[in-house]
Design a protein around this ligand. Structure first.
Ligand SMILES: Cc1ncc(COP(=O)(O)O)c(C=O)c1O
Length: 417
């Protein structure tokens, strides 16, 4: 039976594994080497020229990394992938592979904070202009996209606004203007949603989060659906890559031109940790999603809580799209809620006993953060509010502990707020 015929829960464990290449080991070895030795100069030359497959140097390719690339491409329904040193490296590499000075692209305004800063500050310094639009407002996207738009970028579930764009509509809009759609699928994971099946051309992830699942390694991935035609009039730079790799022109360009030369390789040990974590993605996500729904309901009914934002609640403006798009499977495992003020938020954090206070998400453990005073502390008040952050807001990444224990911990801490 081929891996593509398996259900997701089986594919995530058995798909794209190659024990026959690893002395029948059930896990990929960690190929912890900077370089690979060649017997002859002729052979090394053949591999450098791309006429023969082979591993040369870790910054270029590594066998452990390649196993993770194959498994993640399979899970997202893509044709090829490149793993990177972080989620931010994956996003930067994807945009830099497509845009050059003088280009513009259109992005949702609901973005992870470093993505927001990359788009609005860093890329602008290199002459690449990001136009940010209201994520769920399709008319705003239509007004911003034009023939010069080189790509569209969106998060499946915006972090931390938790809005949910209609991916198929954005893909259609992008394609009508001969541009690819890039989706950051970190918060949904391919267990909940597979953007390529809804028309996306490129998927990126911070593998640091649910794919790894244990907060043990920072990493990222870029996955190419291998379908976007890269028309020559609009993307002349793609010509040699199309000639070399055909439908895989994008991932080839990203790898050859950006990834290798900037040096955004993932450490093989990090890939190994993520490979182990990946085996349990489906069961972890089932539990994350169920726990998040229950915690959202519990907090909504709590007298000390002013409001809760979670796409699974009917009060969320993202609810209808999330329900349809994710097929009733769940709504992600991130939620935000409001207390009376910043002081109450700090007190809650101080009083929590089980829940960890830290800047990450997608761990087995339930995590909390007060974004206004931490990740967004250097932002202007206007930029904080534009990113959906307010002083009374807390963000929770719901873990997979017993939900009763999570709720009891919030309940005992909320009594002091
Ligand atoms: C949606 C999203 N994308 C990208 C990133 C960046 O990932 P990394 O921290 O692995 O660079 C994050 C990090 O929190 C994220 O939440």
């Amino acid at each position: 039976m081929s891996a593509n015929a398996w259900r997701f829960e089986t594919m995530v464990i058995h798909g794209a594994q190659a024990p026959q290449e690893w002395q029948a080991a059930t896990l990929s070895p960690i190929y912890q080497t900077a370089a690979h030795r060649f017997e002859t100069a002729e052979e090394l030359s053949e591999v450098f020229a791309g006429r023969k497959p082979g591993f040369i140097y870790q910054r270029l390719r590594n066998p452990t990394n390649e196993t993770l690339e194959r498994r993640l491409a399979l899970l997202e329904g893509g044709k090829a992938a490149v793993v990177t040193s972080s989620g931010m490296a994956a996003i930067a590499n994807a945009v830099l592979s497509i845009c050059r000075a003088g280009d513009e692209f259109v992005s949702a305004n609901s973005l992870f904070m470093s993505t927001y800063l990359l788009f609005t500050n860093v890329l602008a310094k290199f002459g690449v202009q990001a136009r940010l639009v209201e994520t769920a407002d399709l008319d705003a996207w239509r007004a911003a996209v034009n023939e010069r738009t080189k790509l569209l970028f969106v998060e499946t579930i915006g972090n931390p606004k938790l809005d949910v764009p209609r991916i198929r509509s954005l893909a259609e809009l992008a394609h009508a203007h001969s541009a690819p759609l890039i989706v950051d699928n970190t918060l949904a994971t391919p267990y909940l949603f597979r953007p390529i099946e809804h028309g996306a051309d490129i998927v990126v992830h911070s593998t640091t989060k649910y794919l790894n699942g244990h907060g043990s390694a920072v990493g990222g991935v870029v996955i190419d659906a291998g379908r976007f035609p890269w028309p020559e009039e609009k993307y002349p730079d793609f010509k040699p890559f199309k000639e070399r790799r055909g439908e895989l022109a994008f991932i080839d360009k990203l790898w050859r031109e950006i990834h290798v030369n900037i040096g955004t390789c993932q450490a093989p040990f990090h890939s190994y940790l993520t490979l182990i974590g990946l085996d349990t993605l489906a069961v972890r996500m089932q539990r994350h999603l169920a726990n998040a729904m229950q915690l959202a309901r519990f907090l909504s009914g709590h007298p000390r809580v002013r409001w809760v934002n979670y796409p699974g609640l009917e009060t969320s403006s993202a609810h209808a799209v999330a329900l349809e798009q994710f097929g009733g499977k769940g709504f992600g495992a991130l939620l935000t809620f409001g207390l009376q003020d910043e002081r109450a938020c700090f007190e809650l954090i101080r009083r929590l006993k089980l829940v960890y206070h830290l800047a990450n998400l997608g761990d087995c453990k339930t995590l909390i953060i007060h974004p206004w005073s931490s990740q967004y502390v250097a932002f202007t008040e206007e930029a904080k509010r534009a990113n959906g952050i307010s002083p009374e807001l807390l963000r929770v990444s719901v873990g997979i502990e017993a939900i009763e224990d999570i709720m009891e911990d919030f309940d005992q801490a909320l009594r002091h707020c």
